[in-house]
Structure formats: C-alpha cells, structure tokens
Design a protein around this ligand. Structure first.
Ligand SMILES: Nc1ncnc2c1ncn2[C@@H]1O[C@H](COP(=O)(O)OP(=O)(O)OP(=O)(O)O)[C@@H](O)[C@H]1O
Ligand SMILES: [Mg+2]
Length: 563
C-alpha cells in the first residue's frame, strides 16, 4: 500500500524532501489505477463536507427534532415565524478546521489505497471496515490529539465514502420517502411522511460537488453517468431507486437527481389496514381474488403507492404460484420461491439503433416461455401493454400498475396510442383499484394530515362498464363495500362450488385473520408471508387462533357484509 505509507510518513516526519518525493510518487500512482474510484466513485475532491446550510434559527419555531445518527446528526423540523414555511433542517456536528484537514487526508488515503473487495465480502461492510482501519491508523500514528474527535471524523468519512455523502442524513431518516435535487444552488426537497414536500437546508453551491455526488450515486448503482450518457436510472445499495441527470446536458439547472427510498421491510397488507389505506374486509376480498389469480390493475398518480400496493397484494398469492415480474427497476419483494425477476437493459450504443437494448416488450414476450401463472409488469406505458393483455387472454394471470386518476381515464389511456389495447380486451383485467394520497382532517384537533387511501375498487365488465365493489367515504374516512354486486366473487363461488354462506364465511375468516394480525401488530413482511402460507395449509387452525387471541384482547370476529 504505497500511497498510505507515503501519506503516513508525511504526517510523521513532515520533511520537505520527503514531501516532494512523495508527491512525485503519488503522481505515478495517480496515472496508474484508481481502484477505489471504480467501486466507490469517490473523487479526492469529494470534500463537500457540508452542503447543509446553517440557518438563523431565531426566525423559526421548532416543531420537532429527532436524531438520525446520534450524536452526530439530527433532523429538526422548523416553522418560519412569519411565513409559516416548514423547513427540514439537517444539523450535523461540524468539524473543526483541524478535523477537516484530517478528514481530507483520510479521504485521499482511502481513495488511493483500498483495493476492490474480495469476491465473497459485502462491499459496504468491506469499505466501512477499511475506512475504520485507516482512521485508526492515522489516530495511532498521531498519538495524543486533544481536541480532535476521531469518531466524528469517522462519521464524516463513512458518510462520504460508504454512505450517500451530504444527503446521507436524508437517506437515514425513515420518515423520508423521496429526495429530489433540482439543480445546483437549489434547496433539496424531501417528501416527509408527516409534512409532505418540504424544503431542506441542503444546497449544493458548487457545480463540481453536485456533479461528483451524481457520479458517485450512479457508481453506487453500478451505472455510468457522463456527458456522453447524461441520464441514469439505477438501483442504489439498499434498493433505493435513483434517476439522475448529468451537468447541463439535458437540464438547464445542472445535475439533478431524485431518489425514491426503498423499504427493506416493505409495507404489507396489514400495515395498510393499520393505516386505514383499506379495511380488513377489502383485504379479504383481494386475498380471494389473488388466490384465484384474477388479473388486476393498480392505478394512481406518481408516488401514490401503486407499487407498494401491488407488492402487498402479490404477497397474498399461494406460495406455490409461479410468477415472472418485469420491471424497469426492481422494486418488488415477494415471498415466493418460484419467482423470476426480469429487468430491461438499456442500449449502450450510439445512434438511434438501440442496439443490444432489451425492452419491457421483449421481456414480456420471453416471460411467456417461463410458463408463469402470473405475469407482473411494474408499470405499463407503451406497446408492452398489448403483450401483457395477450398473455392474459391466453390464460395467464397478470398484474400491473398504471398511471391514471380514475378508471375511465385508465381505459382511455389503455386503448389509445401508444398502448393501443382493443376495447374488447379491457375486461381481461378483471379488477382495478385506485390509490390516492388524501388529506384527512382530524375531527378533534382540526389538523389535516396526509394519508393513503384506496378510494375505489372496480370490477371490469366491459369497456365503460365498471362495477364499484368498494368505495372510500371521504367524510367518515370509512371503507364501504358492495360485495353483493361482485360478479368476480360469484364466478369464484361457481368455480369452487361454494354456497353464498360459504363464500361469506371464507371472506369473514380472512378478514378476521387480517384484523388479528393488525391487532397484534404482526405487520412485517415475514410475519404476513408466514401467516398467509399457514392459512393456505390450514385455514381453520389459523382462523381459530385469530378468533381466540382477538377475544382475549376483547375484540370479537365481525361478519363481512355481502349486502
Ligand atoms: N398505503 C401506504 N401508506 C403509507 N405509505 C405508503 C403507502 N403506499 C405507499 N407508501 C409510500 O409511498 C411512497 C411511494 O410508494 P410507491 O413507490 O408504491 O408509489 P408509486 O405510485 O408506485 O410511485 P411511482 O409513480 O413513482 O411508481 C413509498 O415511500 C411508500 O413507502
Ligand atoms: Mg411505482
């Protein structure tokens, strides 16, 4: 490890002769390889230590504050005394000038020194370990250093080398769903679960710092971004979805990026019931539809929760079902053994030929060869929609999300260019639901808050003929069901040979199981997947357990109303 040795030597002796010599040798090294750069995308100039601006907090009232990584960084929600504007204020304990110097030297050492990790080691863990080792080596070499906090330096080094740099605090906050940077010298905005879109105090003043961050993010997602390829769509470590642009190639405001954060532990149907996005009865209804592989569509506007809802519904499938999913970026997380996740590949060629490109359309076509029970398409937008509908026409199950605000607009979009689905194909999608972000007014406090609600569920008889089987009542914030109108349930009843009572019992059992999970807060993805699996094996046993535990908690099993 020549460079580190040189730098440490420099620190120890600080003699001019050595310095000159070491600079020469560094240049040599520079000309050769940058192993860490390949993996980390960290440039030595990446020392935008703080993009979080200090504010005159006297102009603001603090609404709340919470630690993001104690004791180094905190989130404070502030409200301006005059304008009432909210701000998400990232407060990081600042480095002293001396600590900042050491930080830069350590970052340099890290950048030049470390080799790509051995194959079997997780990259992040490896670099974290290396960062710690290098900080420790500096510390030992320097001996007693009063006034210097090495742990603080390590915080910044790991934040910038292994983490997401100056936006790392935002990535750490579980309340934040989206992060968007619209260019240089502009405030970064976040979508916060309690405050919606809210401005942060993070601003990149220098184009280089923002460009470097975008390059780093693209690298972290295993992609390349440059003047020649100025647009990137990638998945960051941890599953976060990144879209980024580089410099002023395709924007007027310099590099931009937006990150949709991924939940390691995705929202489940039980979370959705606990948050009243839907009711246990509707969850039971979807569960029956899922078991019988009825094709459906999740509709909503950008960021409304379409993918999350589809994921939650697909978790209700029988575990033995074979699923092929096709997504632009892999967002789904399903507890299924027999699941193939396909992702399109962009073209790396120049010109209009799109050589080597593998599109959603190609993948849906190939997916049929996998003999799936269900084909899941992340989102339909273009000609691939037609292939999906054809697959459903030939007896496959299917699910997709669609950007639309209501069922009529959805049907219109599907039947117009570029999707061009014939009207006669529309009822191949048996059902559709609409998820929305809505404002809920708390009756007592009169305060409004943002929540997700599935506001409608339709069964699709024909183009233009939709049966409302569920509707959310905005006034009472309750979900109303009209299952007596459901032709899909009747169809399933005929198929399975259930009487109306038996159907009601089945819905009732599933609704009770969901209520039980919600009451017990057994909401995690693993819990839900396990109980669904057990239910398919032995419905009576799971139901009885649910009833007995609910009654212990003082809550009975209510019946599902078909009327
Ligand atoms: N029912 C819900 N309750 C609370 N939060 C939710 C709910 N559904 C989704 N979310 C959150 O909303 C964010 C957006 O969700 P999701 O990615 O599913 O939206 P989308 O409609 O698929 O977005 P896009 O249009 O970008 O594909 C995520 O952070 C997710 O955790
Ligand atoms: Mg989505």
């Amino acid at each position: 490890m020549p460079a580190l040795r040189l730098r440490l030597g420099l620190l120890r002796r600080g003699r001019k002769g050595d310095e000159e010599q070491s600079e020469e040798r560094e240049e040599e090294t520079e000309a050769k390889t940058k192993p860490a750069a390949d993996v980390l995308g960290v440039a030595p100039t990446f020392a935008a230590i703080t993009a979080a601006k200090l504010l005159n907090t006297r102009d603001y009232d603090e609404v709340e504050s919470y630690p993001l990584e104690e004791p180094w960084v905190y989130a404070r929600i502030l409200r301006h005394k005059q304008t009432s504007e909210y701000i998400y204020y990232v407060y990081e304990i600042p480095l002293t000038p001396r600590e900042r110097q050491l930080y830069s030297q350590i970052m340099d050492a890290l950048y030049w020194e470390i080799q790509p990790p051995p194959g079997d080691v997780d990259t992040i863990t490896y670099f974290y370990r290396e960062a710690r080792r290098i900080v420790r080596t500096f510390q030992i070499r320097m001996g007693r250093t009063p006034g210097i906090s090495w742990r603080k330096i390590l915080y910044y080094v790991t934040r910038d080398a292994v983490g997401f740099g100056p936006i790392d605090p935002l990535m750490k906050d579980p309340e934040i769903e989206d992060i968007s940077c619209n260019g240089v010298r502009r405030h970064i905005y976040v979508w916060h679960r309690r405050y919606e879109y809210i401005k942060t105090n993070i601003i990149f003043d220098r184009e280089d710092d923002l460009d470097n961050l975008v390059v780093k993010l693209a690298h972290m997602g295993g992609k390349h971004i440059s003047v020649a390829f100025p647009v990137v769509d990638a998945i960051l470590p941890g599953g976060h979805r990144l879209a980024a642009t580089y410099r002023k190639e395709v924007t007027t405001s310099g590099s931009t990026f937006t990150i949709r954060k991924f939940r390691e532990d995705p929202l489940t149907i039980v979370d959705m019931v606990m948050g009243n996005t839907l009711s246990p009865d509707i969850a039971a209804y979807y569960w029956v539809l899922m078991e019988h592989k009825r094709p459906g569509m999740v509709m909503g506007v950008t960021g409304s929760g379409k993918t999350t809802t589809m994921n939650a519904l697909l978790t209700l499938l029988k575990p033995s079902v074979k699923v092929v999913s096709i997504e632009d970026t892999p967002e789904l997380k399903l507890p299924l053994e027999n699941w193939v996740q396909l992702i399109p590949r962009m073209s790396y060629g120049f010109g209009a030929e799109g050589r080597n490109e593998i599109t959603l359309y190609d993948l849906i076509r190939i997916s049929l060869r996998y003999r799936p029970d269900i084909i899941v398409v992340g989102e339909v937008r273009g000609e691939e929609a037609y292939v999906l509908f054809q697959a459903i026409a030939t007896g496959h199950g299917g699910m997709t999300t669609l950007h639309a605000e209501n069922i009529d607009a959805a049907a219109k979009r599907l039947t117009s260019p570029p999707m061009n689905i014939p009207r006669g194909y529309i009822p191949l999608m048996n059902f559709a639901l609409l998820i929305r972000r809505v404002e809920i007014v708390d009756r007592e406090t009169k305060r409004t808050r943002i929540a997700r609600r599935i506001t409608y569920t339709w069964e699709i008889r024909d183009f233009g003929n939709y049966v409302v089987v569920h509707k959310w009542n905005a006034y009472t914030d309750e979900h109303e069901t009209y299952f007596d109108k459901s032709f899909l349930l009747k169809h399933i009843m005929d198929l399975v040979g259930w009487s109306e009572d038996e159907l009601r019992n089945e819905l009732n059992r599933r609704s009770t199981v969901i209520r039980w999970l919600a009451a017990k807060r057994m909401r995690s993805y693993h819990d839900v997947a396990r109980v669904v699996r057990e239910y398919y094996q032995n419905p009576e046993r799971v139901y009885n357990k649910a009833v007995s535990e609910l009654s212990e908690m003082g809550s009975g099993a209510e019946g599902v109303s078909l009327i």
